[in-house]
Write a protein that binds this ligand. Structure first.
Ligand SMILES: [Zn+2]
Ligand SMILES: [Zn+2]
Length: 135
């Protein structure tokens, strides 16, 4: 069973989850690029009930590509993008791979919104690719 525990850069926000992740994926949408300040978001999908969060997260809400709201949560102290949720996947919280204490087990199984991927990004491994959100 992988170790799902981590936190933000300053350490004020910590989280942990029990059980296996629902999925591990990469999103190339432009909102995820802005939220992370990076070329793409790599996330671990965790069932909402399995996740425990300590500390205060701030939330920025915006309608996603599907028209449904997304909730992007970050540390108000250090600004780290820690996790996000969306009404499109109401039972899942997606924690950022970069916030994990140990990400050595992470292998993304899919990448979405490849239509807006930065042109130099080519992920290796056995990964399923979708131009936008899979139906
Ligand atoms: Zn912080
Ligand atoms: Zn995205």
């Amino acid at each position: 069973m992988p170790q799902i525990a981590g936190g933000c850069l300053c350490g004020k926000v910590r989280y942990s989850a029990s059980g296996d992740p629902a999925f591990v994926g990469v999103c190339h949408c432009t909102d995820c690029q802005r939220f992370t300040g990076s070329a793409f978001a790599a996330v671990v999908g965790v069932p909402k009930g399995a996740l425990t969060v300590q500390g205060e997260l701030a939330t920025y809400s915006k309608a996603g590509d599907t028209g449904k709201a997304t909730y992007r949560r970050f540390c108000p102290q250090c600004g780290s993008s820690v996790m996000d949720e969306g009404d499109a996947l109401p039972d899942i919280v997606m924690v950022g791979v970069g916030t994990l204490d140990d990400a050595s087990w992470v292998k993304p199984g899919m990448q979405i919104y490849c239509d807006s991927a930065q042109p130099w990004v080519h992920l290796g491994g056995n990964i399923q690719s979708f131009p936008k959100m899979p139906g």
